[in-house]
Design a protein around this ligand. Sequence first.
Ligand SMILES: C[S@@+](CC[C@H](N)C(=O)[O-])C[C@H]1O[C@@H](n2cnc3c(N)ncnc32)[C@H](O)[C@@H]1O
Length: 354
Amino acid sequence: MLKINKIHQGDCLELINRIDENSIDLIFLDPPYNLQLNKELTRPNHSVVTGVSQDWDKFDNYASYDEFTLSYLKNCKRILKNDGGLWIIGSYHNIFRIGKILQDLNFWILNDVIWVKSNPLPNFRATRLTNAHETLIWCSKSPKSKYQFNYHTLKTSNEDKQERSVWNFPICSGKERLKNVDNETAHPTQKPLALMNKILLQSTIKGDLVLEPFAGTASFCAAAKHLGRKYIGFEKDKAYQSLANKRLNSIKTLDEKLLEINERDKPQKKVPFGTLINTGYLKPGSKLYNINKDYKATILPDGSITYNNDRGSIHKIAAKVNNTSSFNGWDYWHYEDKKKNLVSIDEIRKKIRS
Ligand SMILES: C[S@@+](CC[C@H](N)C(=O)[O-])C[C@H]1O[C@@H](n2cnc3c(N)ncnc32)[C@H](O)[C@@H]1O
């Protein structure tokens, strides 16, 4: 396994082989766009726009871009934990091709998010609409993955309204934009920290290990370090890699107490119903009731319950009495406390979890 909390220099297609299977909680990818820019882009005052004209963005044709994409995404699937998440950002040049390949690899797309740039570059040639957004795809490893989604945390930060899939942020500028030794923009596609923070706050918890295979200036790792997540980055270009590591060295992690997400978003320990018996909270032979006391089931020593001639889990019997195919038994069944009050069995589960 590669050293963590570092940006490694090299080709991500090789470095990724040195990451253990099922070891990464979240992958953020900002791959080459394959912009296919042929001519230099100038402003009306003839100054040159710092566009993406570097070799790392050049591919012979769509087939070679697709082959490259397939290769790193396959590897991402191998190293991602089964319940991990993957985010990938792109523009109209590449995101549709990437989306198809993700689906071919059986990643499960959860959302596409539109990042609306509040200060986009104008269309200097005035030949098309101003391109004012990029698209992010958020997916899990498979439809069965129990991916981390900090729903309540996002809702709180959105004035208690459910978060939507359109996000507004300015492009990276001002002091945040890194400069090289000649005081020029260091990297043409440095992503804003606010966007990186939002992804991390939505899809990770403190201590998670995240991977940024196309690090550039390592904006994602920078946000990860600040928010107390562990990180690994890859960058092919030596100058970018050393700039990224320098950037990361200057970043401080927030105080531990500030890193907690909303209590309701925290991953919950699995507690089988049998644990309530093994720990002495409930006794075999005692009764469970629904809230109106219409149904009375009996607890058996093995953690199943019976009602009339049926025997099964708390969920199966709750579904049976409600005449439906599935039911959450934790919400349905109650026991009688010493004062004969009905108390939800979920209250005992909460006590055990805490
Ligand atoms: C779109 S930029 C990422 C910018 C980054 N998100 C940031 O905020 O600075 C893509 C980066 O991937 C790097 N790159 C391209 N091909 C690579 C490869 N095969 N392995 C590792 N890095 C690569 C490029 O040098 C470039 O810095």
